[in-house]
Design a binder for this molecule. Structure first.
Ligand code: ANZ
Ligand code: ZN
Length: 890
């Protein structure tokens, strides 16, 4: 079953045990350098899938990296353990949700351990335990006291198949399907509990600007979800019914309002339905807010335009939504698409009152009206045919009309609605309310929390409705007989603060320890799926703000940096059970080991990107680890023939030492950015370099060993088990998981310049060999440019003078070079920008000398790297900074 190669099973088991015995991932409560790295906790469905593996490898690699950098890293794991699937599974299997859930958790915890994820399991949080959900209830009470809880009779989305209410966010697409089972969602009226997230709408929106560590796409989704719009409210007098308020973002178009429309459940519509059979029939039978075209019925009444005094017909129309604005609108078919469609259908006048602003508009001349017969002109422009407002731009007109008009005022409207948290299901947190005939809905006092779930009853509908004994209680206020609320909370309540519970998971008198939370929060790096871009993240932000206001949390945002990981695909398609294209993590771990699975995933693509699973890729990763393991073992066994001591290092040794530093410099920066794929390329390149080093020379022992040591440490965050094994093989003390991250004596910029120089020079040699048709070169000379050219370059870089030549000629040692200086000056003048990226002369000389062996190996000829002073005049004249001259002797 096991693949050829190193014995991953033994290695992985061994180190998992060793970590556990030494409690390596335990995090102290009070940290000096607190870093909080968090992956979105999973729903315990029973099995880890590749999406989980990717998510948690990202956080684990980053957590390990930060730990090696010396931070105290909080990296916990828990279970989003309430929810409908457990209930359904329990019914199918004739068990109960609790047992089923805990079984799933045990399996998944085991799988996580076998992946080598370094969690502090002492902090494990499981939301379906009374120890956790009592704090949901406690928080519900705090929200209640703060006036942020409300019970309302509300129209709710009802999934007939799941038999539950769904939040707006759980209804998907234009077809309005249940997010879990794809059944079309219906509407019902029910008493519901709401958390008043709209009270925080402005802050939730405005603070998005500061979330610089979040992907732009997620920030935009949140903005759109909140959907703040500035506009005006304006009253139209409806004949016989008094003023009706409309919300509009375009009061500048009010002279073009040719009808007025109200939603089918607007109070006026209901009044009219009582008087008018056509209206009633429309409301009851025809109105379809989700239909493709707008429908409506004329009421026979008129509304008076408050600006013009014009009387326009009133319709009840289904494209007017009751929960947007005021549920009534002034319709301007010339400038709004939906109004246009409706007017066209009903034969209502379409009147242009805005013209596109001409490019060269003088601000006074009134432009011609656009043709709006076929299509509305929906942009801002210049107001026309609008009395005293004619000639104004749209924005000015909006301000003036709102100000001048009696019954008009500025208004803001949001797309965001309060968060309905009531669910008519068993497997969730009971809402801590007692319903009393005399006292109404009374919150359960803190000292009576938790309100625990009764035993599961297998019924259709909500098992809590059938739990009569559990329901019967006494009223906390009057002591009379009362019944418990049978709604449970949306599980998004659990996940809105679980990240706070990890800081003090066992606390029994509060949901979290305030001081510790203030230490650890906000989460430095949060990683999870893009499907949580709106709900979970918005609710968590809301909770954090409320807890800052009510419970002394210091931070108003929970997550400083957010990474939305890409999907693991197979042949371009998302892996999913229904498509039958799932690759089982368990099989990969069995066949290749967790390190291979982790390394393959992290090197395959940047974490944000989707990528294709490839069995060949997995095998090649496994081969790489085997080669590394062989190399370290060969060295440790004294099988690598080394030579030299500290005083005796040649150019090849220097090259490898430099490349080791280079790998450290680059990999560190890339780990900081979570671009693991680039960091890992460096580590792999280093291993390749060490292998060629061993073949090309007798490696210097210290240089070779440092190379191996560094390679192991650079790989340790991603392939932690093999890294431990090799760390031990190299004779190092302690765990590599607790080792220090290596440091480099060179910066990344220098490394990149050096590498570019070497690569370009090799390319030049290849070109010459090709073009000149040289079969068997006898010697290759590489000659560095003379000092004066580096000086001239430096002047060119520092100067912003237009005439560079005269500036250069002011330097006597450059002027002395005559024509050469003039012509190089012209080159510089033309290529100033491009030349900024060059090393100085000494650094170029060192870099090329160290890399000469690579050229020697490639062309099988000795290479001489020379300074200009030591070389032939004719060759020197061709050398420039960044581009040494090359002379090949046949
Ligand atoms: C007059 C007007 C003229 C409007 C115009 C728009 C363009 P958007 O369009 O997404 O920016 N509205 C108001 N209440 C509504 C309701 N209950 N149901 C459906 N639509 C409603 O949203 C703002 C506009 O939506 C408002 O501005 C209003 O139409 C419409 F050239 O008023 B407007
Ligand atoms: Zn009572």
């Amino acid at each position: 079953m096991s693949q050829e190669g190193y014995d991953h099973a033994t290695v992985e088991e061994r180190w998992q045990e060793a970590w556990e015995d030494a409690d390596v991932y335990h995090v102290p409560d009070d940290a000096d350098d607190p870093t909080y790295v968090l992956g979105m906790y999973p729903y315990p469905s029973g099995k880890l899938h590749m999406g989980h593996v990717r998510n948690y490898t990202i956080t684990d690699a980053y957590a390990r990296y930060r730990r090696m950098r010396g931070d105290d890293v909080l990296h916990p794991m828990g279970w989003d353990a309430f929810g409908l699937p457990a209930e359904n599974a329990a019914k199918e299997r004739d068990t109960n949700p609790r047992d089923w859930t805990f079984d799933c958790i045990d399996t998944m915890r085991g799988q996580m351990k076998s992946m080598g994820f370094g969690y502090d399991w002492d902090r494990e949080v499981t939301t379906c335990t009374p120890e956790y959900y009592r704090w949901n209830q406690w928080l519900f009470r705090r929200f209640h006291e703060a006036g942020l809880v409300e019970r309302r009779d509300a129209e709710v989305n009802w999934c007939p198949s799941c038999e539950t209410v769904l939040a707006d966010e759980q209804v998907e697409g234009d077809a309005e399907l249940c997010w879990r089972c794809d059944t079309p969602v219906e509407t019902r009226e029910l008493d519901q509990w709401f958390l008043k997230i709209t009270e925080y709408a402005d802050e939730l929106l405005e603070a998005i600007d500061e979330l610089e560590g979040w992907p732009d796409s997620v920030r935009q989704m949140q903005r759109n979800w909140i959907g703040r719009q500035y506009g005006s409210e304006v009253d139209f007098e409806v004949e016989g019914h008094g003023p009706v308020t409309a919300f509009t973002t375009r009061i500048d178009t009010i002279h073009g309002a040719t009808f007025f429309a109200v939603a089918p459940d607007h109070p006026i519509a209901e009044e009219l339905a009582a008087e008018d059979d056509d209206v009633r029939r429309f409301i009851e039978e025809e109105a379809d807010p989700d239909g493709d075209e707008p429908n409506g019925v004329e009421t026979g009444l008129t509304a008076t335009n408050p600006v013009t005094g014009e009387e326009i017909p009133v319709y009840v129309a289904d494209f007017v939504l009751s929960d947007v604005g005021t549920g009534a609108l002034m319709a301007v078919p010339g400038h709004d698409e939906r109004d246009h469609a409706f007017a066209t259908k009903k034969g209502v006048e379409i009147r242009p009152v805005i013209a596109p602003e001409p490019d060269d508009w003088d601000g006074e001349t009134v432009p011609d009206a656009p043709d709006v017969t076929e299509e509305a002109f929906t942009e801002d422009g210049v107001v026309i045919d609008s009395g005293e407002y004619t000639g104004l731009d749209s924005e000015t007109a909006r301000e003036r009309i709102t100000e001048d008009t009696e019954g008009a005022s500025e208004a803001t409207q949001y797309r965001l609605r309060d968060w309905g948290i009531s669910r008519q299901r068993y497997w969730g947190t009971p809402i801590p309310i007692v319903n009393c005939d005399d006292c109404g809905a009374v919150p359960v006092p803190d000292e009576d929390l938790p309100v625990e779930l009764p035993e599961f009853i297998n019924t259709t509908g909500n098992p809590l409705d059938a739990a009569d004994e559990w329901q019967a209680t006494t009223c906390p206020e009057c002591g009379g007989p009362a019944t418990r609320e049978t709604d449970t909370m949306d599980t998004f309540v659990d996940s809105s603060w679980y990240f706070l519970r990890y800081v003090s998971p066992d606390l029994t008198d509060a949901p979290f320890d305030r001081e510790r939370a203030n230490d650890w929060m906000p989460v430095d790096q949060y990683v999870g799926g893009i499907e949580h871009a709106v709900m979970h993240l918005l609710y968590s932000r809301f909770f954090t703000k409320v807890l800052a206001d009510e419970e002394g949390l210091d931070h108003r945002e929970p997550f400083t940096n957010l990474l939305a990981q890409g999907m693991v695909q197979l042949e371009g398609e998302k892996m999913s059970k229904s498509k039958g294209n799932v690759v089982s993590p368990q099989r990969i771990v069995d066949e290749y080991g967790a390190d291979t699975a982790r390394l393959f995933m992290m090197e395959a693509a940047q974490p944000e990107r989707d990528f294709d699973w490839s069995e060949e890729g997995v095998r090649s990763t496994h081969r790489f680890l085997t080669r590394l393991s062989d190399l370290v073992e060969a060295y440790a066994a004294g099988e690598v023939a080394t030579a030299g001591d500290d005083a005796d290092r040649d150019e090849i040794d220097d090259y490898v030492a430099d490349e080791t530093d280079a790998a450290v410099a680059i990999a560190g920066a890339e780990y900081d950015d979570l671009t693991f794929n680039v960091a890992l390329r460096e580590a792999q390149e280093l291993v390749r370099t060490l292998r060629s080093y061993r073949e090309a020379a007798e490696p210097h022992p210290a240089v070779f060993e440092r190379g191996l040591d560094v390679a192991v440490r650079l790989l340790a965050p991603v392939a932690p088990h093999l890294a431990e094994e090799l760390w031990e093989t190299l004779g190092r003390d302690g765990f590599v998981a607790e080792a220090e991250w290596p440091t480099a004596s060179v910066d990344r910029d220098t490394v990149e310049r050096r590498r570019r120089l070497v690569a370009n020079t090799r390319e030049d040699v290849r070109d010459i060999v090709d073009v000149a048709g040289i079969e068997d070169p006898e010697r290759i000379d590489v000659v560095i440019a003379p000092d004066w050219k580096y000086d001239a370059l430096q002047i060119a870089i520092d100067s912003d003078a237009d005439n560079l030549i005269s500036e250069l000629m002011a330097e006597s040692h450059i002027r002395e070079r005559g024509d050469d200086a003039a012509s190089y000056g012209q080159d510089l003048q033309a290529n100033r920008e491009a030349l900024r990226e060059t090393l100085d002369g000494d650094a170029e000389y060192d870099a090329l000398r160290a890399a000469a062996w690579l050229i020697e190996r490639e062309f099988d000829a000795p290479v001489r790297v020379e300074r200009a002073a030591d070389a032939d005049e004719g060759v020197v004249s061709k050398a420039e900074p960044g581009r040494p001259a090359i002379d090949i002797v046949e």
